[in-house]
Ligand binder design. Structure first.
Ligand code: 4AZ
Length: 852
């Protein structure tokens, strides 16, 4: 290798070799020269010359070395757009191969080079630019500029690029501007997302789509729907509409890898990937039932997609159409009058467009006040900084800004006069679904007649004040209270119902209600059976509690190589009959049994659905609970729920399959089961219908007490699993679900007591409730095979038609069938939680009868 050449092409390894050379060259040779007396004067001269050459070479190398070290360069890419006001758009500009495009692109590049040359931070490092596209208005140019920046100088270049608009303004005012130069305005530039120019990309796809009126175009990832998208690929779709129109991008499928660092789709409100114009970034799986349509602010949009080498999924497909600017969905604001009414953000429940600003003026009859309630409020975006400041998208009422996500109906405002203005603003980047709101005329002197007005302006029934429940949502109904005798006086000033004392849930928020509960003294361990044992005896290999709970989770009897522990009611029994002390070891991803039996049959309890957000909404997403089954009869349609536990078996409630005079519900041919169903009567291609071959009600089911309310159903033929059909995991008999856990109930049952059944599958979150507390609340009607869950404040519960369906409990990464909807004292009544059959009690019976 040529020495000089190697010095120029610096790499760290070459640098190391060079250092090694330096170490052994100089001093030792010098000494040798001094000691040897032989060659005389000529020798000395040659020696000095050699030394000089060596020193010169070293000095040169040192200079190269340090110069090069300083010159480690970083590739920086910026995308930008600028309006050219002295040009008129020509359709030929849409075609990058046209001579018109090339000519204007050349001019833009020349002008960019000239502009960058005026900035000392940019001129030195500028490599070049490419023009990506032009669009109307007069002409907007979209480009990417590359810089090669010495490391350490990046922020100076970032700053110079962010102030390009100022530089352009100054240049445009200059009297020395050449006569044929482009007149520029609205210059925006920002650093390109580095994931979009990864060196790992092996394939590049670039597509363009121009929508027209009455034409619906389509864009989709390569291979969709027949094969997964390609790995290590960059894709982009430039989408255009006619002038005066905006683009509607409506995704019917979005199914990507879950991790956005690996594969993602990013939509821009531009024809180039400018970060200040990102509309949305997406990855993972979006349920098809979720509205996923976006609007542009102008007549252009860019969709980019990047994938890496890992896991490739089906991809996406979107319908592309154009919507006249100012038409119904894109419009907002206006004058609203009357006693009641409603209004929404543009495009609701789909995403509002970026760069929108509008105002509603609401007027109610004189002497009244305007009260606005936001039923849905979804205005979150990265960089919003929580809800403080509302620096990005927001709604403003009475000078007060609201942004971020809020629970349904939790944002309300009341005016002091009969008029109110509501402003909506979305900045240029990241959009959300927005809001739907109602307004009503209220009495200004008494906006909550005969009710209590919360600080957040909600009205609640007066008797709900100081009852221990947060009815306002902002707790203001629970402040400044005098606790009655049937309330716990929490140290933090709150009052909570007495039956919450010692229920293992910190209801006060400061632990007061769980103090002095006959709990064990300091240094003692609270056993699961209520006994106390010395802390020191925990995990000593002996059962000091009497139920073995002091020997659980001791790190013994877990791991395939370690030994087992003595079997108790609380330990997990492996298939080889050995027991392990780990709590809930089944399907947790670690092999704990020697024979691996804790990790078999674990393909269960996971929905393929990626939940973007659950804000109070009660409709489930399609595929969110793929184990939910609808049990129907020809005569009545949907009657009960059930859970899929294997391709051929369902678990439901025994009371669903009891005859009632005219109807033979115990007969399999009375029933059929729908798997993968989301909306009743909407039997799409995700749904599988099966007849029932066999029904096994629990032999000890008691029609009077509802004890042992569980039954098994065998499908006439097994179902294939899909994104919409998956089994739920069955918990081991010893599975421990802590009291107070948040669990989910689902079903198409009645939406209120005595009400009508739901069309779309409903979901609700409730908490499991202490057995003793619940038994007291329900008048001692519980058996040990029942468990309770609910919200004691009322309002959330299972109801008629939900029976037999699942109470889904998340544990680790999977969902387990914790309970089967069984009975209750009405539905959603205060202090009347729902009752569920405890599935752990029937694990052996299920195995025995189904093999699952
Ligand atoms: C029913 O009739 C029913 N609130 C199911 C659950 C509950 C009440 C009634 C629980 O199927």
């Amino acid at each position: 290798m040529d020495y000089m050449d190697s010095g120029l092409r610096y790499t760290p390894t070459q640098d190391k070799d060079w250092d090694a050379d330096v170490q052994f060259l100089p001093a030792s040779d010098n000494k040798k020269l001094e000691k040897k007396k032989g060659p005389g004067k000529v020798g000395a001269v040659i020696g000095v010359l050699v030394l000089c050459v060596v020193i010169a070479l070293m000095a040169g190398l040192l200079v190269w070395h340090f110069h090069y070290r300083k010159d480690v360069r970083v590739k920086k890419m910026y995308s930008g757009s600028m309006r050219i006001t002295n040009q008129v758009f020509d359709n030929a500009y849409e075609n990058t191969n046209s001579s018109e495009f090339k000519a204007l692109a050349k001019q833009v590049k020349t002008q960019l080079k000239m502009l960058y040359s005026k900035s000392p931070q940019l001129s030195k490092y500028y490599v070049g630019s490419t023009v990506q596209a032009f669009s109307e208005g007069s002409v907007i140019a979209y480009y990417i500029s590359e810089f090669s920046v010495p490391s350490g100088q990046e922020s100076a270049v970032d700053h110079a690029m962010s102030t390009m608009d100022k530089l352009v303004e100054k240049e445009q005012r200059s009297i020395y501007r050449p006569g044929n130069s482009l007149l520029l305005e609205d210059v925006i530039s920002s650093e390109l997302d580095s994931r979009l120019f990864s060196t790992k990309f092996r394939k590049f796809f670039r597509f363009s789509e121009h929508t027209r009126t009455n034409h619906i175009g389509q864009i989709r990832s390569p291979g969709f729907p027949d094969s997964p998208y390609p790995p290590n690929t960059f894709m982009q779709w430039q989408v255009r509409a006619d002038p005066g129109y905006v683009i509607k991008l409506d995704f019917d499928t979005m199914n990507l890898e879950e991790n956005c660092r690996n594969d993602f789709v990013k939509i821009y409100d531009s024809l180039v990937a400018i970060e200040t114009s990102v509309v949305q970034e997406m990855c993972g799986y979006y349920a098809p039932s979720e509205p996923l349509a976006f609007l542009s602010s102008g007549n252009v949009m860019l969709v980019t997609m990047a994938t890496n080498q890992e896991k490739n999924y089906p991809g996406f497909r979107a319908q592309v159409s154009q919507v006249r600017r100012g038409s119904t969905n894109t419009r907002c604001g206006g004058r609203l009058t009357g006693n009641v009414g409603s209004f929404t953000s543009p495009n609701f429940p789909n995403y509002y467009p970026p760069g929108t600003s509008c105002e509603w003026t609401i007027e109610v009859p004189a002497g009244k006040s305007v009260k606005v309630t936001f039923k849905k409020f979804l205005m979150d975006e990265p960089g919003q900084g929580g809800s403080k400041g509302c620096r990005k998208d927001y709604v403003q009422i009475n000078g007060k800004k609201f942004c971020g996500d809020h629970e349904d109906n939790s944002v309300t405002e009341t005016s002091s006069t009969n008029q109110m203005t509501v402003q909506f603003y979305s900045d240029g980047s990241y959009v959300d679904r927005g809001f739907n709101a109602t307004f009503e005329a209220v009495d200004s002197a008494d906006p909550c007649p005969k009710q209590f007005q919360c600080k957040n302006q909600r009205c609640i029934k007066s008797e709900l004040k100081c009852d221990g429940w947060n009815d306002c949502g902002d707790m203001t109904d629970e402040f400044n209270c005098k606790c009655s005798s049937n309330h716990i006086h929490c140290k933090n000033g709150l009052c909570k119902p007495m039956f919450w004392k010692c229920d293992s849930v910190d209801d006060c928020g400061d632990g007061t209600d769980e103090e002095g509960c006959g709990a064990c003294a300091k240094g003692q361990f609270s056993c699961k059976n209520g006994n106390c044992a010395s802390e020191k005896k925990r995990c000593d290999g002996r059962d000091d509690c009497g139920d073995g709970s002091d020997e659980l989770d001791c790190g013994r009897g877990t791991g395939s190589s370690s030994g087992s522990v003595a079997c108790t009611d609380l330990t997990f029994k492996c298939n080889n009959n050995k027991c392990i002390s780990k709590v809930n070891p089944e399907c947790d991803g670690d092999q704990d049994c020697e024979d691996g039996s804790d990790e078999i049959n674990c393909d269960c309890g996971r929905s393929k659905f990626k939940s973007t957000r659950i804000v109070g909404g009660q409709d489930a997403e399609a595929g969110e609970f793929p184990w939910q089954v609808s049990l129907q009869t020809k005569r009545f349609g949907h009657l009960c729920g059930a859970s899929l536990i294997s391709p051929g078996w369902l678990v439901t409630a025994a009371h669903c399959v009891q005859d009632d005079g005219r109807n033979k519900f115990h007969q399999p041919d009375t029933w059929f089961a729908y798997m993968g169903l989301h909306t009743q009567r909407n039997i799409g291609n995700t749904v599988e219908k099966r007849n029932i071959k066999r029904i096994i009600p629990h032999p000890n089911y008691n029609d009077y007490t509802f004890d042992n309310d569980i039954a098994l159903m065998e499908l006439e033929s097994p179902v294939a699993y899909s994104d919409f059909i998956q089994p739920i995991c069955l918990p081991a008999a010893q599975h421990d679900f802590p009291v107070g856990s948040t669990v989910t109930i689902t079903g198409w049952g009645a939406q209120r007591e005595g009400g009508t059944a739901a069309t779309v599958l409903q979901k609700a979150q409730v908490r499991t409730i202490n057995y003793t507390v619940c038994d007291k609340l329900l008048g001692g009607q519980l058996t040990t095979r029942m468990m309770c869950a609910g919200i004691l404040a009322g309002g959330v519960d299972a109801c008629q038609g939900d029976s037999g369906g699942p109470l889904t409990i998340p544990s680790g990464i999977r969902n387990f069938l914790g309970g089967v909807v069984s009975w209750g004292d009405g539905c959603a009544r205060r202090n009347k939680p729902g009752v569920y059959t405890t599935v752990t009690k029937f694990r052996g019976w299920i195995k025995q009868n189904t093999g699952v």
